[in-house]
Design a binder for this molecule. Structure first.
Ligand code: G
Ligand code: G
Ligand code: MN
Length: 522
């Protein structure tokens, strides 16, 4: 079939030539020209010679016309071929960076891998790209991506560098080498600050690497992706190499995620309440809500684990709203002066709608704002300072207090702390557990309490387990204590009994020891 399509001009020409040859032969054989000339001479009055001239001219013109149309046709065919090339290019490349895209990788990846002996797949995801985008604007973000693409292409010439979409890139590394070492090179390459319109932007990258040796390309890409997610979880600028145990970890995580989804839907995660005690007056001032989840096997799953998964799975808002609603409902049954303290995670603090969500729940339940305190960690605040600050201001403007949780562990600088408005410092229990035995730790503790006084905020000491710790902290000037000495987190229906029993017990309490009195005096 093709033969006839592509050879048609040729067959046409051959047939025409044959036809011409036959006519020529016939003409020569019958002396056509002589007869024609005789005939024309005999019929001079018919003007047939002029007609013949006309026919010859028309034939000539037709010849020229055909030639011109033929050239035009050839140009049109060329134009079409170029356009076709362009559409394939657009379909298989990213127009912003000029890099091949996912489509290209799917089509050409395996061929590239075998032609160029690619041995390693690197899955790259930029860290903090969203923040950078906010900083330099959308157009700036585009420039940033182009610069990243150019750096990768420059350094990995000969390898296939692909933009997978958004801030995700992939490299099919041609040649061989140590995967982690190559991944580290990418991290170094991308963590050099990038200047966009005169603004220095620092980004980084999380990298997952997988070897092609044992897998086909699609499989290796999947492995590299899993490794990249693991790298993300470890924080910024990490390289993780795929391993079998990683896949198992991921599978158990996926299992955990679906269990968590169900648990949230069926309200299996409930707030428990740990008492907060005024260590001078020995009275209950509040309770901290702590989420508790017992798995189907009867074992408790710690909040450190499921809160993290809820954040990643996008369940945190729903979970937290349910917990807060339940906790507020319970708190409405406590004496009026007893407040509720509630933990907010890092991702929630980056949610612009957080203050609104909290206020709405308070309104729904009819709980006065001054009875609620929100706990945020330093680490959560420094992660996205601008949004955190805005959220904290909005929460406080509504009359809700804000406490800095796990104080002293978030490696935030004091200069940043000065910019954050808050009402309370909760000193991390690592200080409380070590300050009695160690003189230097004692000095640090004194300093932290002094800082609280200076900033005119209240102090809560976490993790008080002994009467001695409580007394020392009281002497240092700390107002509120929390810890196993006073009580662990209780289910909601046991709080009323706890409040009653605590009141009775405190009537029988003795005063301070002499050691404490001497400390107070100093
Ligand atoms: O109670 P405990 O070991 O179980 O708590 C561990 C950590 O989990 C604590 O640091 C606490 O702040 C956090 N946590 C407990 N409940 C919640 C919650 O409802 N929301 C958030 N974001 N964190 C919580
Ligand atoms: O939100 P925060 O990080 O403060 O969470 C409090 C955590 O501390 C919870 O996990 C709670 O169970 C735990 N906790 C509370 N009191 C004590 C205590 O006295 N000792 C110890 N080891 N842990 C405590
Ligand atoms: Mn807390």
């Amino acid at each position: 079939m093709n033969f006839f399509v592509y050879r048609r001009p040729l067959t046409d020409a051959v047939l025409l030539l044959l036809f011409g040859a036959v006519i020529f032969a016939l003409g020569a054989y019958f002396d056509i020209v002589d007869s024609l000339l005789d005939w024309l001479a005999a019929h001079e009055h018919w003007e047939a010679d002029e007609v013949l001239l006309g026919v010859v001219i028309v034939g000539l013109l037709g010849f020229i016309y055909a030639g011109r149309r033929l050239t035009e046709l050839r140009l049109e065919v060329q134009r079409r071929a170029v356009a076709e090339d362009k559409t394939t290019w657009v379909a298989t490349h990213d127009t912003l960076t000029g890099l091949p895209n996912r489509r290209y990788l799917e089509k050409e990846g395996s061929r590239f891998a075998s032609d160029y002996r690619a041995s390693i797949v690197l899955a790259i995801d930029l860290d903090d790209f969203k923040d950078a985008n906010d900083l330099v604007g959308h157009a700036g973000g585009d420039k940033l991506l182009s610069i990243v693409a150019a750096r990768l292409q420059e350094r990995f010439r000969g390898s296939l560098v692909v933009r997978m979409g958004g801030d995700e890139f992939l490299i099919l590394f041609a040649g061989s080498g140590d995967p982690v070492e190559i991944g580290t090179q990418v991290v170094q390459l991308l963590s050099n600050p990038i200047s966009v319109d005169g603004v220095q932007v620092g980004i980084g990258a999380s990298i997952g690497v997988a070897e092609l040796r044992e897998h086909d390309i699609a499989d290796a890409m999947h492995c590299a992706d899993l490794a990249m997610y693991a790298a993300k979880r470890r924080g910024k600028n990490n390289v993780v190499k795929y391993s079998q145990s990683l896949r198992m970890e991921f599978q158990s995580r996926v299992g955990m995620e679906s269990a968590l989804r169900r648990a949230v839907r069926e309200d299996e995660i409930r707030p428990h309440f740990q008492p907060l005690i005024d260590i001078h007056a020995n009275t209950i001032v509040g309770f901290e809500a702590l989420a508790r989840w017992t798995g189907k096997d009867g074992f408790p799953i710690p909040p450190d684990v499921f809160i993290g998964i809820a954040e990643e799975a996008g369940l945190i808002t729903q979970l937290s709203e349910r917990l807060l609603r339940t906790a507020c409902q319970q708190a409405m049954c406590w004496p009026e002066h007893v407040y509720l303290s509630f933990n907010i995670s890092a991702t929630q603090l980056s949610d612009h709608l957080l203050p609104l969500r909290i206020i709405q729940i308070l309104g729904e339940i009819g709980m006065p704002a001054h009875r609620l305190e929100i706990e945020v960690t330093e680490a959560a605040i420094v992660r996205d300072m601008t949004t955190a600050l805005r959220s904290i201001e909005a929460i406080r403007a509504a009359g809700i207090r804000v406490a800095i949780d796990d104080f002293g562990t978030g490696f935030s600088s004091l200069s940043q702390l000065a910019n954050i408005p808050f009402d309370r410092i909760k000193v991390d229990r690592s200080f409380v557990s070590s300050f009695e035995a160690n003189d230097r730790q004692m000095k640090v503790m004194r300093l932290i309490v002094g800082l609280g006084h200076g900033l005119e905020v209240e102090m809560t000491a976490e993790g008080i387990e002994t009467g001695h710790q409580r007394d020392l902290l009281a002497a240092l000037g700390c107002q509120v204590g929390q810890g196993y000495l006073f009580g662990k987190a209780l289910p909601g229906d046991q709080v009323a009994t706890f409040i009653r029993d605590f009141g009775e017990a405190s009537l029988n309490e003795e005063g301070m020891t002499s050691e404490i009195q001497s400390l107070t005096a100093s």
